[in-house]
Design a protein around this ligand. Structure first.
Ligand code: GMT
Length: 375
């Protein structure tokens, strides 16, 4: 039986936006009708295709409103689309404000529509510490008909931090295996000024404080002393100037490539030998999965969901937050041992297929939709 599903996410925000959009695309391919209800076209939704519809949330700028009420406009749009299109499900990504808006919409249209909320991390591990928000987050979670989290760790953290008994079902993130795969990208290393014999280390993030990008640079500086290598820094965000200054101060400017926001992440991963994600908070770390799918081992920190994505000693290594000496030693261990690097690449691919395959994750979401609808 095919379903009519409304999806709301932050269309421009990293991993959660990517997962929501890719899930919508896969559901549509399977014959479900998918309605994106977002503030702008999700960035991975290049064009609308069969079974995919986009409903833009417009915020009114009436003079009477000092702050334009985005949340109310969203709830009202959700209710409008749900009624008009006869939606079965509103699948929202993030408890605040999206689950709360969905609840408001449900109050407007009636109980037959079910709310599925997926927690991605930031709303719990960052906003959850704010006492003025935690009640609202709990409300959004508890009023949802079904709640998922992108890792077991996030599900557990939510129970502890938000103090809720609500069942939270871990459903892992996934990648589009058509895009993220082992492939040759001839000429790209040369185009970027990287020597054939140089190793490539990659870090991709939004340069927020929790990503600890300065630790990535410190780790790279140690690797570079032992191995000819380049660091690719992809993305941008608040810590960007700090990192630039650090790179200059360390005198390693010629070996660090600031590439900013990039569309062709799979290509850049294809020329990479190692991914680094040394965050202090990370519910999953989608980039680690993208790297694994491209056969790139990773070194990541022992926080949140990272140890669920990196299989320590098999697809990469886990290190303590802030221990850049250990991270560097582990990186050097991989980069100086081609046999180990190859073994880890193979294990990473096997892990993606066994634990995170998109087909399997899609089936999990579908069966949860049927469960919540009692079908
Ligand atoms: O990491 C961010 O700042 C962005 C945020 C997002 O909304 O995309 O990422 C969260 O969701 C991703 C997709 O589920 C996860 O891969 C990230 O680990 C998670 N970020 C944090 O937990 C800090």
């Amino acid at each position: 039986m095919t379903l009519k599903i409304g999806i709301t996410c932050y269309p421009t925000v990293g991993g959660s936006g990517v997962i929501a959009t890719e899930l919508g695309k896969m559901l549509a391919k399977k014959g479900h009708e998918v309605h994106f209800i977002t503030s702008s076209l999700p960035f991975r939704l290049e064009k609308t295709s069969r079974n995919i519809f986009f409903h833009e949330v417009e915020v009114n700028q009436y003079a009477v409103f000092r702050y334009p009420p985005y949340d109310l406009s969203l709830a009202s749009k959700m209710a409008d689309v749900a009624r008009r299109e006869n939606l079965d499900i509103l699948h929202v990504h993030y408890a605040v404000p999206h689950a709360v808006c969905a609840y408001l919409a449900k109050q407007m249209v009636g109980d037959q529509i079910k709310i599925v909320t997926t927690l991605h991390g930031t709303d719990i591990t960052v906003l959850g510490y704010d006492p003025s928000l935690s009640d609202m987050i709990r409300f959004g979670i508890e009023r949802s008909d079904l709640v998922t989290a992108v890792s077991k760790s996030l599900a557990q953290q939510t129970h502890e931090l938000i103090q809720t008994d609500k069942e939270i079902i871990p459903v892992y993130n996934f990648v589009d295996e058509e895009t993220y795969k082992i492939q040759e990208v001839p000429g790209l290393k040369e185009e970027l000024g990287i020597g054939e014999n140089e190793k490539v280390i990659i870090h991709i993030s939004n340069f927020r404080n929790v990503k600890r990008v300065p630790d990535v640079v410190k780790t790279f500086a140690q690797v570079r002393e032992k191995i000819p290598s380049k660091l690719l820094l992809i993305g941008e965000g608040p810590e960007f100037p700090v990192v630039m200054e650090q790179v200059n101060a360390l005198g390693i400017k010629k070996d660090v490539l600031f590439l900013g926001k990039q569309e062709n992440v799979a290509d850049l991963l294809s020329i990479s030998d190692l991914a680094l994600l040394l965050s202090s908070k990370e519910s999953f770390g989608l980039i680690l999965l993208e790297a694994a799918a491209c056969g790139v081992p990773a070194v990541g920190t022992k926080v949140g969901g990272i140890p669920e994505v990196i299989c320590d000693g098999e697809t990469g290594y886990i290190t303590e937050v802030g221990d850049t000496n250990d991270a560097a030693a582990k990186a050097i261990g991989i980069l100086t041992n081609p046999e180990l690097q190859q073994q880890m690449a193979t294990s990473a691919l096997n892990l993606v297929n066994a634990k995170f395959h998109s087909k399997h994750i899609l089936e999990q979401y579908e069966s949860l939709y049927y469960r919540v609808l009692d079908k």
